[in-house]
Design a protein around this ligand. Sequence first.
Ligand code: FNR
Length: 376
Amino acid sequence: LGTPAQPPLQSIPTNIASLADYASLAREHMEAGAWAHIESGADQQLTLAHNRAAFDQLRLCPQALADLSSAHTRQTLLNEPLHWPVLLAPVAYQRLAHPEGELAAVRAAMAMRTGMVVSTLSSHSLEDIAQAAQSAAQELGRSGPLWFQLYQQASREHTLQLVRRAEAAGYTALMWTVDAHIKRSSYPLPPGVEAVNLRGMPQQRHSADLMSEQILFGTELTRHAPSWDDLVWLRAQTRLPLIVKGVLSPQVAARAAELGADAVVVSNHGGRVLDGAVSPLEVLPAIRAALPGSIPLLMDSGVRLGTDVLKAVAMGASTVMVGRPQMHALAVAGMLGVAHMLHLLRAELELAMAQTGCATLADIGPQLLVSQAFSV
Ligand code: FNR
């Protein structure tokens, strides 16, 4: 057994200056098994490493002498104002990192004028998280998008219950994740951490359990995996904007938009599902080209720096999301940690925009990328 995890701090440590610093410090504040579960990628972790390499390989070409006197990072995303283009990605079971979990993360998001996408597998209820967001917004006079990430359940009745609860609690968009239904995972949740939103619903067995006794095909996992029919069905159930998360193919993105998706998240789930999958960054331009201009493209997987956000926007994203950094910052210092992590990222983005001569998000484009290192 390793050293026990240190409790979260009550203030922000002075030696933290980047998201990478949060990641290294977080290891001391998390139980070893939880740390490994959060950090890991699938199989050989090729895609996990590739997500970072793709960002690191892109080089920026600054455009000097731009007028930055009225520079800002604002945009409108799915009819909601967003102060800067980074959202908290849906990350399950945030109590693994901090007892306040999602409640702390959502308060931090509101305080930093950004939004949060709450996972179906949240460890506080979706209603309590919405409540925390609303009171934080009232107290601070600041707010941001609050969206619900939907994992399809074994029965449509249960999926629909989640949709109705999200609507009633005030979530303003649904993000339907389509890339993670079939994946290996064997992390046993510790006592006190559970998928509270799914109480009373039959739990799907994981492919890891099934694969120890039978092959995947023909099992309930393949029968319940999300399909095009489910997209058509889901679109007809709700008036909330519908975002499809986990797309890496221009054809899939285009078809999702044709069938009524309002936005797409280009993501490989942080390298946690298909090892060997492409990085979202390298397929962004092709996906952007396959979609009508009215459909916003979000992306995640490997974003850790302000320059990463800039690169993603230059490659065609409207907005990016961060996954693991939330858990790192939560483990180190709870709500304060997440707010500080977001502050660092925003400061880095503004610096990167200023240094490349971009006064607004609309100024960030392919002219910043000397030669695209990728062929899609
Ligand atoms: C995730 N992700 C995820 N996605 C989702 O749609 N629903 C979920 O419940 C979860 N849960 C989850 C847990 C953990 C521990 C991780 C690391 C990730 C994926 C997440 O939304 C996002 O796509 C990636 O985390 C982005 O990559 P980075 O920022 O972690 O590199």
